[in-house]
Design a binder for this molecule. Structure first.
Ligand code: ADP
Ligand code: MG
Length: 498
């Protein structure tokens, strides 16, 4: 394993392990037929099974198992052909059965790893396990003064809980791990990845130690639903733990919540419960569910139907399109990115330039407006046409940026925003007067004028001063108001002087 040297913070090494809940994208719940659709009126998607009415029994959703198998195969894990559902007992108003059905000793996915780059450094985080379980309901406090409402629509929603080994050594590494994991489950289509709706949420286990010492005691930050909060929360927690230890204290194992607005916006992690009142879940195998048996045939069927994985696609893009590793990773960050890249490249046959535009101008604009690439007002065909027009010398690279600016705005004027047609590239070039002077007749005359007006530079050049030539090119570009192709100007000037 390529373990990057960990950076110390105030002389301490940081140790992080993540537990991630990914909501699986099945239409119905894990043990009942109710819909998993987000946003319905409270309790309209809660069947007798979800309500835990007496006499009801859970029935396993095959689609949830299939998604767990997909995940296991994608991370190189062992998919257990025999796994067990267990009852995790605790009392809470949003858990009508009084227990959550989960997997404990024998999870469906065992081992595997998530790999990613930070800069040029390869990171590999081992996975302990991933298990299937049901989500609980929701307590609603806001609309009920002095009371709490219970919405059981979410009860029984299928979750895959993905547990990492304590392999991460910085908050940045934890955030990158989470992003890679998120991109993978979305790519596979097993989770919609919507973090605002809670479809993908992380618990971060954090401890610190002096280098060479055994692991320190961890605290677990619950329910982080953005990569930014994940990183901020871990950073706060690290400082809190080091402060405590430096003051002679000892970290007590605890579950904490992150409040990003506390401390004048610097954030705070506050204990929810400590080890003393930690739950004793009294796990035992659920007698209502038989062991989950997955045949080797089923695993093979799922393997055959799997899409090409992001890393395999990035390797293929390096090989087939000659992209540098960094670019290949960037354009395979999602299926939509890959589709955009391939569509544009097929049209203009300039993969590296397409990647440059995607990673530069386009990414900047999409990020600024939080738009996914498949909602870009500028289509792959437009990028291809831009790249073509820069390549054939019609416009400069700078001119290309102005065209993009214009077409981006035009695309957004449509309601709903719509990608503009590629033919608008040429129209925008003319409207903006960006066409470079390639008509040699006109350029010829301009260059003659420049030479006539700069006789001193001409003499110097003829006397062997190379610098004088650059001065002439500069004058020529100025005279053409930057609309000439520098390569063409250089060539024509050489001819005239030679
Ligand atoms: P639990 O289920 O009680 O939270 P686990 O042993 O399953 O306990 O560990 C949960 C997570 O905590 C895992 O992701 C693991 O990597 C991480 N972890 C375990 N020990 C440490 C530690 N000393 N520091 C940081 N993370 C840890
Ligand atoms: Mg935990």
């Amino acid at each position: 394993m390529n373990t990057p040297a960990s950076q110390l913070i105030r002389g301490y090494e940081v140790v992080i392990g993540l537990e991630t809940h990914a909501q699986l994208s099945t239409a119905s719940k894990i043990f009942s037929g109710s819909s998993t659709q987000f946003g319905a009126a409270p309790n309209t998607q809660a069947s007798p099974v979800d309500l835990a009415l007496p006499g009801t029994l859970p029935v396993m959703n095959r689609g949830a198992v299939e998604r767990a198998i997909q995940f296991g195969l994608a991370v190189g894990a062992k998919v257990a052909q025999h796994s067990i559902f267990a009852r995790k007992n605790y009392f809470y108003p949003d858990l009508p059965k009084g227990y959550q059905i989960s997997q404990y000793e024998t999870p469906v996915v065992q081992g595997g790893a998530i790999e990613f780059f930070i800069g040029n450094t390869a990171h590999k985080v081992r996975l302990t396990r991933a298990h299937l379980e049901e989500d609980a309901g929701k307590s609603l406090h806001e609309d009920y003064a002095g009371q709490t409402g219970i919405d059981l629509n979410r009860a029984g929603t299928p979750l895959l809980e993905i547990v990492s080994e304590p392999d991460m050594r910085s908050s940045a590494e934890a955030a990158e791990y989470a992003k890679t994991l998120h991109a993978l489950v979305v790519w596979l289509g097993i989770c919609d990845g919507n973090m605002q709706e809670g479809s993908f949420r992380c618990d971060a286990n954090v401890s610190v130690r002096k280098p060479g010492m055994p692991y320190g005691t961890r605290r677990e930050i619950k329910n982080l639903n953005s990569f930014k909060f994940l990183q901020q929360a871990i950073d706060c927690e690290i400082q809190w733990q080091i402060d405590l230890i430096e003051d002679g204290g000892e970290v007590q194992q605890a579950t904490v919540l992150f409040n990003p607005t506390a401390n004048g916006g610097r954030g705070e992690t506050r204990a929810m419960r400590t080890k003393e009142d930690a739950h004793d879940y009294r796990y035992f195998p659920d007698p209502d569910l038989p062991p989950l048996v997955i045949s080797a045939d089923w695993i093979e069927q799922v393997r055959t139907a799997m899409p090409e994985l992001p890393q395999a696609m990035a390797t293929r893009f390096q090989r087939d399109y000659g992209l540098p590793a960094y670019d290949a990773l960037a354009v395979t960050q999602s299926k939509a990115h890959a589709a955009f890249f391939e569509a544009a490249t097929a049209l203009c046959k300039a993969p590296k330039l397409v990647a440059n535009w995607m990673m530069g101008e386009l990414a900047r604009r999409l990020n600024a407006e939080s738009l996914p690439i498949d909602a870009s007002p500028v289509s792959a065909a437009v990028i291809a046409q831009l790249v073509t027009r820069i390549g054939d010398g019609t416009i400069s690279n700078n001119g290309g940026k102005q065209v993009l600016e214009q077409l981006w705005a035009a695309g957004q004027l449509c309601e709903p925003p719509q990608p503009v047609d590629a033919s608008f590239v040429d129209k925008a070039i003319d409207d903006l007067g960006l066409r470079q002077l390639s008509d040699t007749g006109e350029l010829d005359q301009l260059l003659d004028d420049v030479l006539a007006a700069n006789t001193k530079s001409v003499e110097e050049y003829r006397a062997g001063k190379e610098k004088a030539f650059n001065a002439l090119v500069g004058q020529a570009m100025k005279a053409t108001k930057g609309k000439a192709n520098p390569a063409q100007v250089t060539e024509l000037l050489k001819k005239k002087l030679g």
